[in-house]
Ligand binder design. Structure first.
Ligand code: NAX
Length: 328
């Protein structure tokens, strides 16, 4: 029998947390044969609700769930953590300036990065979901100098999945026929979903679509603004789809991408594709043996170049801003 994997979830009492925890406990995060211990980190006001969720988790009698600990202490929550899903964040409220937003999140992600640095297991893998996800991941990573930088990642898998779904709807293809889609840049309105290297049942997706106006005026904005459209329709932000994407992200990282396919992850740049080193930007990646590698050698056309550069410029500005605030 395998040793349980310690999975820490922050913001566990929130709506993504509620959609996430049951799937982790039922084996969807790591595999149907991997037992898990859950560590739930909340702020004091969230502890009672987290306890309620833990009662429900108990009531599922999940065979793979070996334990649940609930705490408002980051050092305890990350002690021995193998996987950390950083979901809890400070949302942007009306009239809030970007500097205030970054400062408030720095107050969350800097100490959590330090707690990960000091207490997590050697094989820790971190996924930041809480927005602004890429820059929050950068703040946590900078606060964890003893952890290899590549263990800090940000979630663009929801954007990736949204793009696949939109492309399938447009072409009538099955989602399972769509491969090699890429989200580049920031998880924000500037993100760039790239279909020029994507394949639909083995054919080049851009050629199958053959409609530049749809690409520029419908596909890209629909994917980028999907979060706002969900809020408008549901009266609440994406939760189950975000949780599903977080599960996908970690599952793919640990268990690998399918042969001939790749996925999108926000990861520290090594300078590939002109993205300044150290920025946490989304790239096409192949995962194998628990590691990821940026897909190299893709030909970037002018349409793509402009959009990648714009999103990366935004990431650079966010990095400058958190530097000025002393958060990295
Ligand atoms: P909720 O407001 O429902 O839940 C957030 C939870 O985090 C709350 O229970 C709160 O008490 C807790 N929390 C706040 N500060 C904390 C801290 N310092 N330590 C531990 N817990 C803390 O938000 P929810 O809808 O679950 O969304 C969570 C985050 O995901 C938001 O930042 C949201 O913007 C972000 N999203 C990111 C997405 C992505 O694709 N990267 C998509 C979905 C989502 O919008």
């Amino acid at each position: 029998t395998r040793t349980p994997v310690n999975v820490t979830v922050t913001g566990a009492a929130g709506q993504i947390g509620y959609a996430l925890l049951f799937r982790i406990a039922s084996g969807h995060l790591l595999g149907a044969d991997v037992p898990v211990n859950l560590r739930l980190l909340e702020i004091p006001q969230g502890l009672k609700a987290a306890e309620g969720t833990a009662m429900e988790l108990d009531d599922c009698a999940f065979p793979l769930l070996r334990g649940i600990e609930i705490t408002d202490n980051a050092d305890k929550a990350f002690d021995g953590a193998n996987v950390a899903l950083l979901v809890g964040a400070r949302p942007r409220t009306k009239g809030m300036e970007r500097g205030d937003l970054l400062a408030a999140n720095g107050g969350i992600f800097k100490p959590q990065g330090k707690a990960i640095n000091d207490h997590a297991a050697d094989d820790i893998r971190v996924l930041v979901v809480g927005n602004p996800a890429n820059t929050n991941a950068l703040i946590a990573q900078a606060a964890a100098p003893d952890v290899p930088a590549e263990r800090f990642t940000a979630m663009t898998r929801l954007d990736h999945n949204r793009a696949i779904s939109q492309l399938a709807a447009k072409t009538g293809a099955a989602v399972s026929d769509i491969k090699r889609l890429t989200i580049w840049g920031n998880h924000s309105a500037t993100q760039y979903p790239d279909i020029f290297h994507a394949e639909i049942a083995g054919k080049n997706a851009a050629e199958v679509v053959n409609d530049q106006a749809w690409l520029a005026d419908e596909f890209i904005p629909t994917v980028a603004k999907r979060g706002a459209a969900i809020i408008e329709a549901r009266g609440a932000s994406s939760a189950a789809s975000a949780a599903n994407a977080a599960i996908d992200h970690i599952h793919t990282w640990v268990n690998g991408t399918a042969e001939g396919d790749w996925t999108s992850m926000g990861i520290p740049s090594d300078g590939s594709y002109g993205v300044p080193e150290g920025l946490i930007s989304s790239f096409p990646v192949v995962c194998k043996d628990g590691k990821y590698e940026i897909v190299q050698g893709l030909d970037i056309n002018e349409f793509s170049r402009t959009r990648i550069d714009a999103s990366v410029a935004e990431l650079s500005e966010e990095r400058d801003a958190v530097r000025e605030l002393g958060l990295i």
